[in-house]
Design a protein around this ligand. Sequence first.
Ligand code: MTE
Ligand code: MO
Length: 385
Amino acid sequence: MKSSQITRRELLMQASTGLVGWALLKSPLLSYAFPRRTGEVLVPFLDQPPRPPASQANLLDWNYLDSWITPNDKFFRVSHYNMPEVSVADWKLEIVGMVESPLTLTLSDIKERQRQSVISTLECAGNHGFPTFTGAIGTARWSGTALAPILKEAGILEGGIEVVFFGSDEGEEEVRKIKMLQNFARSLSVADAMRPENLLCYEMNGVPLPKGNGFPVRLIIPGWYGIANVKWLKRIEVRDTRYMGRFMARDYVTIREENRDGKSVWMETSVGQAQIKSLAAKVTRVGEKYRIYGAAWGRPIKLVEVRLDNGPWLKATFDLTQEAEHAWKIWHYDWGNPSAGEHTVVSRAVDVHGNIQPRMDDPAITGKRTYWESNGQVVRRIQIN
Ligand SMILES: Nc1nc2c(c(=O)[nH]1)N[C@H]1C(S)=C(S)[C@@H](COP(=O)(O)O)O[C@H]1N2
Ligand SMILES: [Mo]
C-alpha cells in the first residue's frame, strides 16, 4: 500500500514526538509513555473486544496501550461484593489473633511509618479466561508502608501459620445450607506474608487510593494475581490453621486434569502467584514500516519471542528505559513491510529460569477445566491492507 494512505481500520495516534517532548517536562506521569516513532499510525488487532463501559471493570483496550504505568482513570477494577464507603475518621486496621501484642492502627499511624513504594503489575487471574475479558490488567506505582515490620511488631506466636486479610466489603455466602455474611478475605502463609515487598498501600500513582481500588488501605502483594491484593483492608488475623474462605478454597480455585503415566490425576489448587505471560498488544506503522508492541509479565522475564503467521520465533527488543522487578516489560518487534491480507501474531515469554509461556494446546492449559490462570500464548489477528 502507499504510505500516505490511511485506511478506515487505522486511526491516527495523537502524539507527534514534539508533543511528547513537551509533555515530558509538564507531567511526570506522561514520562512513562514508552518510546514511539514519529507519525505512528495504529493498525488495530481484529480480535480486540470492544471496550465495555467503564462501570464494568474499566478494562484495558490493548490497542491503546501507550504507557508503562497505567493512569488511575484507565485502571481496571474487579470487586466481588459491594463497594464499601469507608470514612477515614472511623477507619482502623486491627492486627489480631495469634500475636503477642494485638495492634490497632489508624490511617495516620500507617502514614507515619516508613514509606515504601513499588511499581508492579496487577492482573486478575481471570484475565483472558473469556474472549471478552482480556483487559483486567494494569501497572501502577503503589505506595504505603511495608507489611512485614508491622507483623513483627505484633509478634506472631509460635504455631501461627496463616495470615488472613479481611476487607470491609461483604456478601452472603452459603456452604452446606449454612448462610453467612462474609467479608472478602484472602490468606497468605506466614512466609509469604513476610516478603519484604508486600505493602499496606494507601497511594496509587501519587494520589490517595481511588475508592474502587481499595480506599483507604489495600494490600499489595507484588508478583501475585489480583485476588491476593485485598482492598478496603480492615483486619489482619493470624491463625493456627489454613483459612478456607470462598476466595481461597472454593472460588479462584484452578481445577486441572493431569496425565501421570497414562492415568488421570485431578488437581484443585488455590490461585496465588502470577504465572508467566506475554501479549502482542498493538501494531503501528510509519509509512510501510510496521512495528508490534507488547508486554510480558508474571515472572522475572528474560526473553520475549514473536511468531508471525507460522514462521520461526523471532527475538523481540525490550524497552530498557523503564524497568521494575514486578512490573510488566514493554517490548517491540520491527515487522518491516508485511504482505497485504490477514496475519497472525503471537508472542511467548521466557523467564530467567528458562520456563516458556505455554501454548494454548499445552496440557498445562488444555487440562485446565476452570478459566483462572489463563496464561497461554494468545494468537492475535490483524488485517494488513
Ligand atoms: N476487598 C476486596 N479485595 C479485592 C477484591 C474484592 O472483591 N474485594 N477483588 C480482588 C480481585 S479478584 C482483583 S483482580 C483485584 C482487582 O484490583 P483493582 O480493582 O484495584 O484493579 O482486587 C482484589 N481485591
Ligand atoms: Mo480477580
